[in-house]
Structures are given as C-alpha cells and as structure tokens.
Design a protein around this ligand. Structure first.
Ligand code: 5RP
Length: 226
C-alpha cells in the first residue's frame, strides 16, 4: 500500500516559509492548515497566503480547512490549485454537495472528523470522497498528544474501503511521530500528517524518511490485519 507523509506547515517558521518548504521536498504533499478562529479557537491564514505557498512549494498542497461554511470557501482552494481540499463534517449539513463541487473543479475531496465525531454515517457514502481525515487530536493546535482511542474509526474505514475496493486515502493528523505512526498504520491509515515531529527535527528530510519507514513496517492490505 502507498504511504504518504505530509508535513504540516503549522509547525514551520511562517516568516521563512519558502526555506521551510524546501526542507521537505521529499514529502508527498504539504499539509496546509487553514483556521478561522470560529470552527477552531486559532487563526492561521486564508486563500491569499495559500496561493503563495502553492506557487513556491516543491510538492502539491493538501489543504485542511478548519473553518465554518465550507460550502462558501472550499471551492476557492480547489480553484487556486490545491491537490486535495479537506473540510470538516461538523461544519456542514451538505458534505456530499461540497465534495462534488471540489471534484468538479479537479481537487481530491476530503472529509475530516474530530475525535468525538462518529464515522458510521460516512461509511456507506465513501465513494463520494477521495480522502477521509481522522483527527488524532482536537483540531486547532500543533504539538498535542496522539489519541489512540480514535483508532477504531480507522479500522472501520479500512474495512469499508476494502469491501468496496475504494482507493480513498485514509489520513491521520495530530501527534504523529516515530512512536505513534505505526499504531495508525496498523489501524489502516496510509496518509500521515506530521507537524512538530518533522519541523522540530534537525534534518526534516531524514525525519520524513524515518516516518515513512516506520509506517511501511506496520502497513497492510485494507481490512483487518491477518
Ligand atoms: O491540524 C492540525 C492541528 O489542528 C495540525 O496539522 C496537527 O496538529 C499537526 O501538528 P503535530 O504533528 O505537531 O501534532
């Protein structure tokens, strides 16, 4: 199974963003956290900054919208060229409509769930999405502790995706390090967001390799591990 390591620039030096981006050129995508201080109690940046990141990034953008009203805002991130755009299930009553709009524009459409949000309502409509993000911390801040109690959701997603033969990406975000990435890979994740563990490392490129190796050692075909 393909493994993707997506460093989160939330942990990067925003004043030296271009050099931070060049240090992670061996990553698969760069994870870009958009926060509006309404959906989460933190504020980052909006489309103008993301467009600039898109222009200078050596790898495609994986945009994670922690914002209200994704119906209004999400399409703009797809239009500026983000490879994937993920919005929160808790922020909309029309997740399928938002995902279809993102796909129409040409982005991979992702849906994210907070640690306390059930995944069952989405298992039968997985084909509407290209990515499901299971948050492994409460969204809003980097540097938090990985929550292993979120792993049953990944196992359910992995089984459901295996049953229907979907190539959907199963992403985790929050507290991902060499110590925790294997737990998430074992549960079925294939796409890993890592902020502090990559950008606090002396050599972010080497850290990406180490994370990739640790995930690969625990990854297995979709469904329960035999
Ligand atoms: O979405 C996020 C916070 O809401 C961040 O992407 C996430 O927390 C990554 O940071 P770290 O790896 O330091 O936990």
């Amino acid at each position: 199974m393909s493994i993707r390591i997506n460093p989160s620039i939330l942990a990067a030096d925003f004043v030296n963003i271009e050099s931070a981006l060049s240090s992670i050129s061996s990553a698969d995508l760069v994870h870009v956290d958009v926060m509006d201080n309404h959906f989460v109690p933190n504020l980052t940046f909006g489309p103008q900054m993301v467009e600039r990141i898109q222009q200078v990034s050596p790898v495609p953008l994986d945009v994670h919208l922690m914002i209200d009203d994704p119906e209004r805002w999400a399409p703009g991130y797809a239009e500026l060229g983000a490879y994937s755009v993920t919005f929160h299930a808790e922020a909309t009553d029309s997740p399928v409509a938002v995902a279809r709009r993102l796909r129409d524009i040409g982005a991979r459409a992702g849906i994210a769930v907070k640690p306390g949000t059930a995944i069952e309502p989405y298992l039968d409509i997985l084909d509407e999405f290209d990515l499901v993000l299971v948050m492994t911390v409460e969204p809003g801040f980097g540097g938090q502790k990985f929550m292993p109690e979120t792993m049953p959701k990944l196992r359910m997603l992995s089984e459901a995706a295996g049953r229907v033969g979907s190539d959907i990406w199963l992403q985790v975000d929050g507290g991902i390090s060499e110590d925790t990435i294997g737990i998430a890979a074992e549960a079925g994740a294939d796409t890993f967001v890592a902020g502090s563990s990559v950008f606090a490392a002396d050599n972010p490129g080497l850290q990406i390799d180490l994370l990739r190796r640790a995930a690969s050692a625990h990854s297995h075909a979709r469904g329960p591990k035999r």
